[in-house]
Design a protein around this ligand. Structure first.
Ligand SMILES: Cc1ncc(C[n+]2csc(CCOP(=O)(O)OP(=O)(O)O)c2C)c(N)n1
Length: 369
């Protein structure tokens, strides 16, 4: 086998029938699309590829789309470029991640390549752009038709849920323009928007990444000032409260920011964890367990920002708008990697087996090629 890691990668791509390219924020600015490989993006790389690109597979994560997990577990080659393969991406049983695949990881940071985690067959310490530029000179002449059509069949068989916050985010995504910048806070917004959002070519997507800090939404202010484009900001009632004072900045600078506030009367993610893992003992998740929230319409009036409950109207209104959208008090964010109670403890379910479980037979049927 060739010693040059780029050449070795090219050889492995040539031999592969079910390759996956994973791109993260580190691959930004590289010409990875010219490799024509079925592609997965990380949470910080969501806008790297438009959703209607025929090579786009999906966005795996703790809350996910099921299809990209199937793809990872059936791929014969996974090439990761500029992505740190965090727990959200590889799950809790990471030694089993991509179990049938040769795994190549390209990263400029040697510590990232050597950290504990997945089993890597080939580590390449190189600048992502340089790596891709070298790699694209080796043509593979394959269209991966069978592999892509299998992925398309999975997508058809296992669509995302359409109701609750999923339906509302889909409405915003459908109405968004290709010039919009999308800024997404943490919690349900972080997960549901990542699951549902259809990236149109040209859109910029900014979210809170690994730290997942509540109150990230004022990043919309920086995004608006820097881009001078319309900003669609999606946040939750809890996250919004963390930096509510920044409404004054939005108003003062007359910024074109449409803030969509998903109001599920408290902390949905905390509520769900308390239900599934703490015997339904609810503490500090909503009005009934000690959490207080203001009237957001009155908050909007106090700051002098337009207020609406209608997504389409808000997007048509001039300037800054606070659009409050009611979403269910109880809502499951799924499909998700989960743990199941067994022998007095919790056992992580395999990476491909997401809740709601589809059953062994369906799983076998989906994954046996
Ligand atoms: C600064 C900060 N404090 C606490 C948390 C832990 N946490 C994660 S999600 C969440 C609730 C967020 O509530 P909300 O914005 O209403 O979103 P929802 O869960 O209802 O979708 C909390 C408390 C955090 N991520 N960041």
């Amino acid at each position: 086998m060739a010693r040059d890691p780029v050449r070795r990668t090219a050889d492995l791509i040539k031999k592969s029938n079910r390759p996956i390219l994973i791109v993260g924020n580190g691959a930004r600015g590289s010409d990875f699309k010219s490799l024509k490989l079925p592609t997965i993006t990380t949470r910080l790389g969501i806008d790297l590829i438009e959703s209607d690109n025929p090579y786009f597979i999906g966005r795996p994560g703790l809350v996910s789309d099921r299809i990209s997990h199937f793809a990872v577990q059936t791929a014969d080659l996974i090439l990761t470029v500029g992505a740190r393969l965090d727990t959200g991406m590889v799950g809790y049983t990471f030694s089993d991640w991509g179990r049938k695949a040769k795994k190549i990881v390209v990263d400029i940071d040697k510590e990232e390549l050597n950290k504990p985690g997945i089993n890597i067959d080939l580590k390449v310490r190189m600048d992502a752009k340089m790596f891709i530029d070298k790699l694209k000179k080796y043509e593979h002449n394959k269209d991966y038709k069978d592999w892509l059509s299998l992925i398309a069949r999975w997508k058809k068989k296992y669509p995302l849920q359409q109701t609750g916050s999923y339906g509302q985010i889909k409405k915003i995504s459908d109405l968004a323009e290709k010039e919009d910048v999308i800024v997404v806070d943490t919690s349900s917004s972080f997960h549901v928007v990542a699951q549902v959002w259809q990236i149109k070519k040209g859109q910029i997507y900014i979210t809170t990444g690994g730290i997942s800090t509540m109150g990230y939404w004022p990043a919309a202010i920086g995004a608006s000032l820097a881009s001078e484009r319309r900003v669609i900001c999606i946040t939750g009632d809890g996250c919004f409260q963390m930096n509510i004072q920044e409404l004054a900045t939005v108003v003062k600078h007359k910024l074109d920011i449409k803030i969509f506030l998903l109001n599920n009367s408290g902390y949905l993610l905390i509520r769900n964890t308390q239900k599934t893992h703490c015997g339904n003992r609810l503490v500090g998740e909503g009005a009934g367990s000690g959490l207080g929230f203001p009237n957001f319409k009155k908050v909007a009036e106090a700051y002098g920002i337009s207020y609406s409950n209608n997504i389409a109207d808000s997007l048509k209104m001039k300037g800054a708008v606070l659009c409050e959208i009611k979403t269910p008090y109880w809502e499951k964010l799924e499909p998700r990697i989960t743990s199941v109670r067994k022998a007095g403890g919790f056992i992580n379910s395999p990476y491909e087996d997401l809740a709601p479980f589809i059953g062994e037979d369906n799983l076998k049927a989906a994954l046996s090629l």
